[in-house]
Design a protein around this ligand. Structure first.
Ligand code: ARG
Ligand code: ZN
Length: 884
């Protein structure tokens, strides 16, 4: 949409549609320049709402004709709506014929071409870019789709549901007819046509039904689909075992496309994936890619129930499907990981992600509740808050009612709402009703504040031991900071999973029954909890497993943190203690304005972790990785990105040098013999070896030693998998080693024909630690590289998001060069792809907390973009919120 201003849509204005569309017969005469779409709809008046005209959504369409019951009808165009003022009172047949230009569709919403094939993306409001329709999720119809296209160029013709007919036509064309028996909203509609090949697998589910699974990709990519297929099969098995939810379709198809705005899309029976979220081979994908693909394949599959069978009434309810489905994919990944410690590693990674992306969002200009109250462009609300915080909200239900209770709640949810378009309230009610008398059911209204209040709650804990009474009193207080439009907040319901340790690290009994772990429910601004028979001052271990999305200030001393780091039974809190020790050092240096100096106690603690005989490599890697710069910034009222970067670099340098011998031993002992598998144990070893190598090369840079850079280069050359190869390359690039340049050139030459690997090449350079402006200069120069383009979202992000969103020290420059670059790129991308542009625009969300001179210069850049009259509504909403 390209308009000056867009209306603000309010959640409380929701009304049912005045008409229902029950059945649609769609046909496509596919042609890249001019595709003809014919839509025959069965329309019914909705008697529950007042009489009114029929208003159909449509954008970028060329209308050829509109018929009602076979006869021409008078209509008018009003903005992006086609208005029919006097439709019949009884049910009627509406026929629309229009044309579209898929090859001109660079926004990648609606029907578009990529690599010579056709693809669609209809969520959230892309269907209206295909034909006129009631393009809203509460209008659910049964679709029959006929595709006609050139048989040589487009041998594969796909849509939702089952193939019911196919054959040849005149002039070298052919056709296919697809029928989807499940009523669905238009955002789940999909079409694919092209020269694709498929990996196929037949599976039989518990009920004894046979299903055909297919993964469609371009001809050369078939070998890279094995992992996706395995992930799909594992997802099907898991959803039946854990939630009793079977596959309901005879055929389940997955398709990869290189030009895609997001990760993937759950179209009924025809999931469409960004190839970055689908294709993997040991030589071209890292362990992190393998894990991400597994979780995204699962995510889209799980949507079949949480999203498709039960969908959203309106887009304000987006987290109903996204928060719940992220929760389900996180649970799946943990179950797939297996051991308790591998599960903890998953959890730590998820929390790290939440803190790096969602916490900043929740304290910036775009802060919004999990269920937003207003938007002007819904695509701007596919956010970390709706997805990741939404998932944490679902996790809290499970913590409050227990795992069995949560499963019972899910069962009731589907019994009540299968086939419906519902709200977050309906979900909450089902979980509560299945668990009467539970800690959730007795506080449901207060719990639902998680949907309505933005901002990350702060929880302060203070414990007091009474030696005479042998009691320990824990006082918890909470406060949620103000966010745009929400100056004051009510207390949230916060489940605090906790235990107490004595000073030697032994778990203490919390009650007469001898439990060593319990859930405290904090639902007031301030509350106290008393534990009896506590002989000596204990160390509290609070918020185990990160039981709520809050910032905890427990005021623990370093000595107490060391007890937790060494002895807590909860691996998450052991990791958290290691991070807090590092964070305290960094924050202390920043607040005092002094150079950072790590203490011998801290170094010894880190050495103890690194050399621990029992801890997993994956856990060690997480514990020895310093907190990210974005998370550190979150702890400060005024953010100086350069100071933060300097402190982190100093800490890293000191950790590298103080533990030099330990890193070397770690590197040697974490080598893997034999072939590549992406399992948690091997990937943990590779991650730790890569961390050790980067520390060793960093230290060598400082001492002038050439042995480790040489070893890194050798490993880079000889590596048999992408994780090791990219790890060695990153060690050289991140340390600024001389061998980085020849390695980068060699890497490019090796992988020049593999777009997904070249994306890594761009991203690595744009994310490298800044040093004297060299990284910024290089990133800017890379925009002129022959392989760079703004048209492919993966490529654009690999350079622009990497620099502007994930490399604060390179981006925030005293000469404002980063901001000027940002403004230019946002405007350039906006002319091509507004959704992509508005993602990049969000790099400025938190300009107002920046220190000077960054703050004024950043504001000026945002204002300059906002002053452009022809911005998309996508970007306009982001920059206007930033300036508000
Ligand atoms: N529903 C998709 C998912 O699985 C995301 C698609 C969103 N696309 C968009 N253009 N907003 O999370
Ligand atoms: Zn999703």
């Amino acid at each position: 949409m390209r308009e000056g201003t867009a209306p603000l849509i309010q959640r409380l204005d929701y009304q049912q549609p005045p008409f229902w569309i029950r059945k649609v017969d769609l046909s496509f005469d596919l042609d890249p320049a001019k595709t003809i779409v014919t839509s025959k709809m069965q329309v019914e008046r909705n008697r529950a709402v007042p009489h009114g005209p029929l208003r159909l959504h449509g954008e970028e369409l060329n209308l050829l004709r509109a018929l009602i019951n076979g006869a021409g009808v008078s209509f008018r165009q009003e903005g992006h709506e086609l208005v029919i003022d006097n439709p019949p009172d009884d049910d009627f047949a509406l026929e629309i014929r229009n044309t579209i230009a898929p090859e001109k569709n660079t926004a990648l919403s609606g029907l578009y071409t990529s690599g010579g094939s056709f693809f669609t993306q209809c969520e959230a409001e892309g269907f209206r870019r295909i034909t006129y329709f009631l393009d809203r999720p509460d209008v659910m119809a049964v679709y029959t789709v006929t595709l006609r296209a050139d048989a040589a160029k487009y041998p594969v013709l796909l849509s939702n549901g089952n193939l019911t007919d196919s054959g040849t036509l005149e002039n070298g064309r052919h056709f296919a007819v697809w029928h989807d028996p499940f009523p669905k909203p238009s955002y789940l509609f999909a079409v694919v046509a092209g020269d694709l090949v498929a990996r196929e697998q037949r599976v039989r589910t518990r009920a004894g039904k046979d299903h055909l699974l297919q993964v469609f990709v371009r001809r050369g990519d078939l070998e890279k689909t094995e992992h996706a297929m395995n992930s799909l099969i594992a997802s099907i098995v898991w959803d039946e075992a854990r939630f009793g939810l079977p596959l309901d379709l005879e055929r389940f198809m997955v398709v990869g496309v290189s030009d895609f705005n997001m990760g993937a899309m759950e179209n009924k029976g025809l999931n469409i994936f960004n190839t970055a979220a689908l294709l993997a081979s040991p030589a071209t994908a890292t362990d992190a890619d393998f894990a991400r693909i597994e979780s995204i394949v699962a995510h889209e599959y799980f949507h079949n129930w949480t999203g498709n069978r039960v969908t959203c009434r309106d887009w304000f309810q987006l987290s109903l499907k996204e928060g719940l489905t992220v929760f389900r994919d996180q649970e799946f990944s943990m179950d797939m990981a297996g051991s308790a410690s591998a599960r903890a590693v998953c959890r730590i990674q998820d929390v790290r992600q939440l803190r790096a992306l969602q916490f900043p969002e929740d304290s910036g200009a775009m802060a919004h509740p999990v269920r937003p109250d207003s938007y002007s462009e819904i695509n701007n609300f596919y956010t970390a808050t709706v997805y990741e915080k939404g998932s944490e909200v679902v996790r809290m239900y499970q913590t409050l009612v227990g795992r069995k209770g949560f499963e019972a709640g899910m069962k009731l949810y589907f019994e009540r709402h299968d086939g419906q378009a519902v709200t977050c309230d309906d979900f909450a009610q089902a979980i509560a009703d299945a668990n009467p008398g539970s800690a959730l059911a007795t506080r449901l209204d207060a719990f639902k504040r998680w949907y309505s209040q933005a901002g990350t709650p702060r929880v302060k804990a203070h414990g007091e031991h009474d030696a005479a009474a042998r009691t320990y009193t824990l006082r918890l207080a909470q406060h949620t900071p103000a966010t745009p439009g929400q100056p004051t907040k009510l207390p949230q319901v916060i489940p605090v999973v906790m235990g107490l340790l004595d000073r030697h690290g032994a778990a203490l009994a919390l009650n007469a029954a001898g439990d060593t772990e319990t859930v405290l429910v904090l639902d007031q601004a301030e509350q106290t909890f008393v534990f009896e028979n506590i002989d000596a001052e204990p160390v509290p271990s609070l918020l185990r497993g990160f039981s709520a999305p809050v910032v905890l200030d427990d005021g623990l001393s370093d000595a107490a943190l060391l007890v937790l780091m060494r002895h807590d039974s909860d691996p998450f809190n052991r990791w958290e203690a290691s991070q807090r020790l590092a964070l305290n050092r960094i924050l202390h240096a920043l607040r005092a304005g002094q150079p950072l100096q790590l203490s011998p106690v801290f170094i010894d603690a880190m050495r103890g972790l690194l050399n621990h005989p029992e801890l997993d490599a994956a856990f060690k890697e997480l514990a020895l990785t310093l907190p990210g710069e974005a998370y550190i910034a979150e702890q400060l009222d005024v953010v100086d990105p350069q100071a933060i970067h300097a402190a982190v670099m100093a800490a890293q340098q000191q950790l590298a040098s103080a533990l030099r011998d330990d890193w070397a031993a770690t590197f040697e002992t974490n080598q893997i013999a034999g072939g590549y598998t992406p399992d948690p144990v091997s990937s943990g070893k590779r991650a730790l070896a890569n961390l050790a190598l980067s520390m060793l090369v960093l230290d060598a840079q400082a001492t002038g030693d050439t042995v480790w850079p040489g070893k890194a280069y050798q490993r880079f050359k000889d590596a048999s998998n992408m994780t090791d190869r990219l790890g060695a390359l990153a060690a050289l690039v991140n340390a600024g080693a001389e061998l980085a340049q020849p390695a980068l050139e060699r890497f490019h030459a090796l992988f020049k024909d593999d777009a997904l690997v070249i994306d890594k090449w761009f991203a690595l350079q744009a994310r490298a630690p800044e040093s004297e402006g060299r990284v910024f200069a290089r990133a800017k120069a890379l925009t002129k590289h022959a392989d760079f383009t703004l048209k492919n979202p993966n490529r654009a992000r690999s350079l622009l998001s990497s620099l502007c969103m994930f490399n604060p020290a390179a981006f925030h420059r005293a000469d404002a060069g980063g901001y000027v670059f940002w403004a230019e790129q946002v405007l350039a991308v906006d002319a091509i792809n507004p959704q992509l542009a508005s993602r990049i625009a969000r790099a400025m969300d938190r300009w107002s907390v920046l220190a000077e001179p960054y703050r004024s210069a950043a504001r000026e850049a945002v204002a300059r973009v906002a002053a452009k009259p022809d911005l998309s509504t996508d970007v306009r909403e982001i920059v206007e919120r930033a300036l508000a």
